[in-house]
Structures are given as structure tokens and as C-alpha cells.
Design a protein around this ligand. Structure first.
Ligand code: DON
Length: 577
């Protein structure tokens, strides 16, 4: 974030009491990051990728709300203040720890009833180029956010549904300042966005330029939409909002892709989380498929723990072991993971101790040749071939712990920046269906598990995570955006905090790296990454350096306080009390 806006945001936030900053025990630790990116508190902690949503969540906690209430209020503000990344026109996943029980929520978008395996193929049967597919009406899945929030609120909310929506309504009416990242993303998509007068009315000035950083953005249509949802969440799925979504998609497509039934039929799912022991000490809980994020993150962690027992963050051998583990985990993910309603999921097989012990034997002294092939765990669906679609930022993550020790990790998304760029009632529709494989079969005719099918959820990489210590006490909360890199980002942050002694900010700021079933990609322009790159090359790794996006939201119990760390690559704010 540039200094002038950091100043605007700091001034705007100066009325907040960030009580955690006073605790002597963690005072040195708090100096490890720029103001706002780290905080400590004995009672509660909020970390999101945007100051307005962190502020809203903290306010809800101060009004007597719990972690669920705060997470919902924060995410609704994000729909307004970070519309490039998430919103009520999209979906997401959450993991909740409430009164001692952990539950996973799947609010993933669903393909409409008209969808079929050739959804993203052109008239010659060839996959569409990504941008064409991304900006098409066909990219939009039935949004899941509101249904997921409502379900979470019914299960564990404390304040009224209406109260959670109020901060976003007020901010939409009164306005908030343009942030540097929103400004940059709007400019990158300016020509496309300028085609819609409703988008121009919110984000452009009178001269046809994107509003300047710090200039006020108001979104009255979004305020009206939220008022409808505050009266009854079903207004989103059955009323005028639903009608506008259906009409907008069908108009853009020039054909009837969507019906009102597609929206009315949407259901957010509640599932048992995947929980496994890590290093015989921690219990790590994740969200099960339709996201591949939980299983794949846990597979990396277990493979890593089998091969690496030290705790020195400066020993580059840990980076090497991590990258090799990621090659193996991504190969399995690509082969097997998809919506369990359509494809049998070998979750237990992939995380079975013996399977992982055998698979970790493949991590040797020199780099594994790529591409790496999947293992054969128990419980697979033999009909399917691995995903072959390469995937190219439109996601955000938040982590919250309340004063009663309840927690939420939530990652919400519109997939790519501003979703498919369709703006309905003041919010953007997602392009989540481009997370399906565009090809439906391999060249040898074998179907791909993650192909498009009616009513199916596209495979995600999202990985909200909650960690408990050896006494089953809440220990850490983590999650990140970043597309298929999410799996590596979350696994790496957990290793940095649990094994390598890094605080939540240091972990979030650490260089990004991942080997997505191929050679490693390492974040560019990063001196720490420059320092371990030669070691990896000596091991035979063929490295590509490029910028890798993330937005990790970490919370860790340290010295009996909650310490929150926000990823410096985003505009995050940690608030402890
Ligand atoms: O669900 C997924 O895995 C992707 N649609 C997430 C996209 C994402 O994280 C973009 N990032 N910054």
C-alpha cells in the first residue's frame, strides 16, 4: 500500500482502540511488521485483507457478536470495499469452531441445469481461451455466499441477521475511500468495465477516469440490495435480485442459460471437517471437497513432516522438502479431487498413514522429474483422468477469534478480478465455473473428474484451516487467496508458524513458492527467495521466478495472547483486543 493511502486509512481508523499493542510480552514481536499488519490481544483477534472489513468485524465483536457474526459482517463489507476479490455474487468456504465443535461450510457456486461438458469448448471442440471464457455469461455459477452466511448464522450466530448486514449498508450509503489495490485493478480492467453505465456510476469520475485513490465510493444500489437481504435472505434466491441475475446472464449470453429454479435450488452445505494429527502434537482441521484445498494442504503437511524434522527457518532444505511434497500432493489433487456429488473422493486414502509413508519415499536427495504422476490411494473412482486445464486474482480470506474462544476461517471469492464483470444490483457476478476443466475428456477419451456438469461445483483450491494443540485448545487460524497456489500458501504458513518459529506476520510475509505438479515457481523480487534459490538449483530444481499473489490471514496463540498477521501483499489489517 502506498504511504498516502496508508495515511488515509490510518487516520480513518484512528478512532479504533487497538488494545493489543500495549502488551509488554509481545512488544518486540509487534515491531516485526508495519502498523496494522500485526496485532496482539488477550480477548479477540480479527484479520482480514481490507481495513474496512476488519473494522466492521471488530465493531460487531464489541456489540456482543461472536466470531460467526463478525465473519459474516466482514465478508459483506468486502463485497463493497474489495469487489475485485469477493462478493455476494460469488461463493466460498468456511470452517467454524463454535462451542467446542468444528463444522465446514461449502458455499461454492453451482453450475446451472443447462451446463454440460462442452460448456467451455468452441464450435471446433477446442477449449476457449481463458479471457473469453472468464468474461462470458457462462462463467457465472449460482452464487453461494448469502446461503452459506445464512446457514452459518442459523447454526451459530448471536446477533440478529439484520445487525450483521448493517455495517455494509451504512458504508455503501456513506461511502469509503478508493484503495490503491482497487484502483489498480479497476484501471487494469477499465476498458471492459467502462462498457457498463452502472459500473461507471460507482467507480468512475465525471471525466470518465477511475476515481482517484482516496476518493469516496458510494454504492446505493448495493445498499438497496442488502436491505432486501436483511429483510429475508431468500430475496436473493427467489425475489427481484434473483430475477435480475437470471435476466442479466441470459441477456449477455443471448440465450436461456439460467432459470429462476437454478437460483431457488441453491443449497449451502454443512460438512464434517477433515481433521488429522500433525507431528503427534497438533490437530489440523480443513474443509473437505468440493474444494481440493483441505485435502491437498494436509497431504503436503504430512509428506513434509515425514521427511523434515528440524526447526531452522534459514536452512533451505525445508524449502526443498516442501516443494517436493507439493509436487506429489498436486499430482494427486489433479487426478482425483472434484465435487463428491459426482466423483467418489478418496479423502481417507490420500491421507492414510501408509499411503503417505510410501509416497514420501519419492522425496529424495535430488529433485523429482516433472510432471509427477498421481499415486493410487484406496477409494478412488477409476473412471477418471487428471485435470489438464492450466489455470491462470479474485479471492480474499479472513480469520477471527472471539472472546469465548470461537473461531472462523473463511475464504470467499468471485474467482478472477471482478468475476465475469457482470454488475447486477451493485455487485459483480463470479466467473467460478472457469475453475472446471475446460476439456471434458483426455485425448484417449477418458473423462476428467473436474469436467463441467449440470448442478456440479467446480473444484476449488480454497483451504480455510483451524489448528488445535495437544490439549485440544484452539491454537491457530489460517487461510489465503491465490488460486491454485492457495494450497501451498496455507501449508507453508502453517509450517512457518508451527514448525519454524515464525510469528503470524513473518509467516504471511515469507516468499511464496509452489510446485504445482511441475517445476517450482518462486516469488520474484524477494531477497529471502534469492538466498535459497541457488540451493534449490543445486538440488536439480528447474526454477521459474514470477510474482505470486496471496492474502494470508493468520492468527496464532503466542504467550497466551492471540497474535494476528496480515499478508503485506494486500491491504490487510489485524485488530487484537
Ligand atoms: O476457488 C478457487 O480455488 C479459485 N477460484 C480461487 C481464485 C483465487 O484465489 C484468485 N486469487 N487471488
Amino acid at each position: 500500500m502506498n504511504n498516502s493511502v496508508k495515511k488515509i486509512l490510518t487516520v480513518a481508523l484512528s478512532s479504533l482502540t487497538i488494545a493489543g499493542y500495549c502488551y509488554a510480552d509481545n512488544s518486540q514481536l509487534l515491531a516485526t511488521a508495519p502498523t496494522g499488519n500485526i496485532s496482539a490481544g488477550k480477548k479477540s483477534m480479527v484479520v482480514t485483507n481490507n481495513p474496512w472489513s476488519s473494522q466492521a468485524a471488530n465493531k460487531i465483536l464489541n456489540q456482543g457478536g461472536n466470531a460467526t457474526d463478525a465473519a459474516i459482517a466482514a465478508a459483506l463489507v468486502l463485497s463493497l470495499t474489495e469487489p475485485q476479490s469477493s462478493g455476494i455474487g460469488g461463493g466460498g468456504y468456511a470452517l467454524s469452531y463454535y462451542k467446542g465443535k468444528t463444522k465446514a461450510y461449502d458455499g461454492r457456486e453451482v453450475a446451472p441445469a443447462s451446463a454440460n461438458p462442452s460448456w467451455f469448448l468452441d464450435e471446433n471442440g477446442k477449449p476457449l481461451d481463458f479471457r473469453t471464457a472468464w468474461l462470458s455469461a457462462k462463467a457465472a455459477g449460482v452464487p453461494g455466499e448469502i446461503a452459506m452466511f445464512y446457514k452459518m448464522h442459523q447454526d451459530s450466530g448471536k446477533l440478529s441477521w439484520k445487525k450483521l448486514i448493517t455495517p455494509a449498508i451504512k458504508l455503501a450509503k456513506n461511502g469509503f475511500p478508493m484503495s490503491p489495490i482497487l484502483y489498480k485493478e479497476l484501471n487494469e480492467e477499465k476498458d471492459e468495465l467502462a462498457k457498463d453505465p452502472a459500473i461507471k456510476a460507482v467507480y468512475f469520475d465525471k471525466n470518465g477516469n477511475i476515481k482517484a485513490i482516496g476518493q469516496t465510493i458510494k454504492n446505493p444500489d448495493f445498499a438497496k440490495t442488502l436491505e432486501q437481504i436483511a429483510k429475508d435472505h431468500n430475496n436473493f434466491y427467489k425475489g427481484d435480485i434473483a430475477k435480475n441475475i437470471v435476466n442479466s446472464i441470459n441477456q449477455k449470453a443471448g440465450t436461456k442459460l439460467y432459470t429462476m429454479k437454478d437460483l431457488a435450488d441453491y443449497k449451502a452445505l454443512v460438512k464434517e471437517p477433515i481433521c488429522n494429527k500433525y507431528r503427534d502434537k497438533y490437530t489440523i482441521c480443513s474443509v473437505p471437497p468440493s474444494t481440493s484445498g483441505g485435502v491437498a494442504t494436509q497431504e503436503i503437511l504430512q509428506l513434509f513432516a515425514n521427511k523434515y524434522k528440524e526447526s531452522d527457518v534459514n536452512n533451505p532444505a525445508w524449502v526443498y522438502t516442501f516443494l517436493e511434497a507439493s509436487k506429489l500432493s498436486y499430482a494427486d489433487r489433479n487426478q482425483y479431487l472434484a465435487d463428491p456429488k459426482f466423483v467418489k473422493q478418496p479423502v481417507d486414502g490420500l491421507l492414510d498413514k501408509e499411503y503417505l509413508a510410501n509416497r514420501s519415499q519419492l522425496i529424495g536427495e535430488s529433485a523429482m522429474a516433472t510432471p509427477v504422476i498421481a499415486g493410487i490411494p484406496k477409494g478412488i473412482d477409476e473412471r477418471y483422468a487428471p485435470d489438464v486445464s492450466p489455470k491462470p486474482h479474485g479471492t480474499t480470506s479472513l480469520s477471527i477469534v472471539d472472546k469465548d474462544g470461537n473461531a472462523v476461517s473463511m475464504t470467499v471469492t468471485v474467482e478472477n478480478v471482478f468475476g465475469n464483470h457482470q454488475f447486477v444490483n451493485g455487485f459483480f457476478l463470479n466467473n467460478e465455473l472457469t475453475d472446471f476443466s475446460f476439456e471434458s475428456v483426455t485425448t484417449s477419451g477418458k473423462p476428467i473428474a473436474n469436467r463441467v456438469e449440470a448442478g456440479k461445483r467446480p473444484r476449488s483450491s480454497i483451504a480455510p484451516t483451524i489448528v488445535f494443540d495437544e490439549n485440544n485448545k484452539l491454537h491457530a487460524v489460517a487461510g489465503s487467496p491465490g488460486g491454485s497456489f492457495i494450497i501451498c500458501t496455507v501449508a507453508r504458513n502453517l509450517i512457518l508458524m508451527l514448525d519454524l518459529g515464525q510469528n503470524p506476520y513473518q509467516a504471511a510475509a515469507y516468499p511464496n513458492f509452489c510446485a504445482i505438479n511441475n517445476n517450482p515457481i518462486i516469488e520474484s523480487d524477494n531477497t529471502t527467495a534469492d538466498s535459497f534459490a541457488p540451493y534449490l538449483q543445486n538440488k536439480g530444481e528447474v526454477i521459474e521466478r514470477k510474482s505470486i499473489f496471496s492474502g494470508e490471514a493468520n492468527i496464532l496463540r503466542m504467550n497466551d495472547e492471540w497474535v494476528g498477521g496480515a499478508d503485506p501483499r494486500r491491504e490487510g489489517l489485524a485488530i487484537g483486543q
